[in-house]
Write a protein that binds this ligand. Sequence first.
Ligand SMILES: Nc1ncnc2c1ncn2[C@@H]1O[C@H](COP(=O)(O)OP(=O)(O)OP(=O)(O)O)[C@@H](O)[C@H]1O
Ligand SMILES: [Mg+2]
Length: 452
Amino acid sequence: MPVQEVRCSLCRRKIKVHDQYDIPIFDPNTGFAICKNCIKEVSRFLDEHDTNKNRVTTGFAAALSDILKKNKPHVIKAYLDEFIIKQERAKKILSVAAYNHYKRMKYDYEHNSGEEELDKSNVIIMGPTGCGKTALLSHLSRLLDIPFAVTDASSLTEAGFVGSDVEVAVRNLYYAAGKDIERTEHGIIYLDEFDKIARKSGENNSITADPGHEGVQQGLLKMLEGSVVEFTARGQRKHPEAPTIKVNTRNILFIVGGAFVGIEKIIAKRVKKGDSGIGFGAEIPTNEDESKRYDELIHQVRPEDLMKYGIIPEIIGRLPVICTLETLDEDSLLRILTEPKNAPVKQYEKLLAMDNVKLEFEEDALRAVAKKAIERKTGARSLKGIIEDTMLDVMFDIPKSNEPRKVVITAACINEGETPKVLPIDETYTSHIDLNKTIDDNSPDDEEDTPA
Ligand SMILES: Nc1ncnc2c1ncn2[C@@H]1O[C@H](COP(=O)(O)OP(=O)(O)OP(=O)(O)O)[C@@H](O)[C@H]1O
Ligand SMILES: [Mg+2]
C-alpha cells in the first residue's frame, strides 16, 4: 500500500498511512479513520465512567484476609532475596512495613468508627549510590497486591514552577491502582531521590534562599500528614474546568529514599569519635577503610542529622522508621553479577543463547569486574557498564553466523580490553536457558503519556 495521508474523522489531525496498522480504524473506501490518540481518549472516558468500579472495591476489602495470609514478612523477604544481595536489615524492615500496612488496612475496615486507628510507620531509607535502594523498592512494588508507585522526588517542584507538582506522586499511584480511588487511598508511594529536595545548605539556610525545595517539602508534608490531594488526569493541563480526581492520603504509606551524599560528615561531626577518624584524616584512606567508616557512621544517623542536611523537622517527624543500607564490598558485587534472578551474567547468557552461543565468564573475569566497580565507587551500578564495554564487539560480531559457538570472557578481556575468544562447539550446543522467559530490563513502566 502506498503512503497515504488521511484525516482522523474525530480530531481532524492528519495521519500518514504506511500500512493498515498505522491506524487501527480506517476504511479506505469511505476515508473514515480514527487515530490512536482518539481511541485512547475514548477508552479513558469509558474507564473513568465505569459504573462497575464499586464492586471491585468491595472485593478489595474482602480480599484483605487472603492478601494478609499470602504476604507475611518472611514471604516478602524471600522474594526480595531472589533479586537483592545483602541489605538484610533493609529487606526485613520493608517486609514488615508492607505487612503492617495490610494489617492496618484490615483493622481500618473492621473498625470503621475511626476513633482508634493504628498509626502508620512511613519509612526513610538511605545508603550509598548503587547499593540497591531503587532496585529494592521496584521489586517490592511488583510483588505486592496493593498499588505501589515510584516517583522521583527530584523531578518535583513547588506548584507554579516548571516541573511536576507533588500531586504527581499521588497521580502515579492512582494509575498504578487502575484508577480505583479506594485502592489508591490504601497504596504505597515511594519517593526516590528524596535527598535532592533538601534545602541547599541545611538548617542554617534562610528559607528565601531556596524557595523551590522548601515549597516541595511543604507540599509533601501535607501529603504525609494526610490531606485530600486533587489532580487532573494524565496529559491534561490544569485549568478551572478540567475535571479533577480527589484522593485522601491519610492511609497511604510513604517510603522515601536517597543517597544523602555527605550526610556521613554531618554525623561524624556530631559523634566526634576519636578526632576526625580514619576516613577523613590526613593519611589517604583506602576504599575499604572509607566504606567501613561510612557504614559505621550512617548506621548512627539520627533525625537531627537529617535536619542539618536540609529536611524540615516536620517531615522527619513523620518518617519514624530510618533504614540504612550498607556499602557493597567486592564479594557482594561478585554475587550480584551471577546470583539474582535478573543478574547481568544471566541476562547476557540469555541474549547470546538466542544466537546459539554459550557464554562463559571465567571466575577471574568476574572478580575483575567487581574490582573495577569498586574503583568506580558507584556500587553495583557500574557492573553492567563494565561488562557491556567488553561485550560490545562480541554482540556485534556473533550474529554474523548462526553456527553454535561459545564465547569465553577472561580477566584480560576486562582489564586489558582483549577481544573475547570465540570458540567452536563441536557437539550441537543445546541451550540450557529457557528462551520463553522474558529478560528483566528493570525499566519502570509508568512513564508519563506525552500527548501527540
Ligand atoms: N544489593 C543489590 N543486589 C542486587 N543488585 C543490586 C544491589 N544493589 C544494586 N544492584 C543493582 O545495581 C543497579 C543500581 O542499583 P540502584 O538503582 O538500586 O541503586 P541506588 O541505591 O538506588 O543508587 P542511587 O542512590 O544512585 O539512586 C541496579 O541495576 C540493581 O539491580
Ligand atoms: Mg536510586
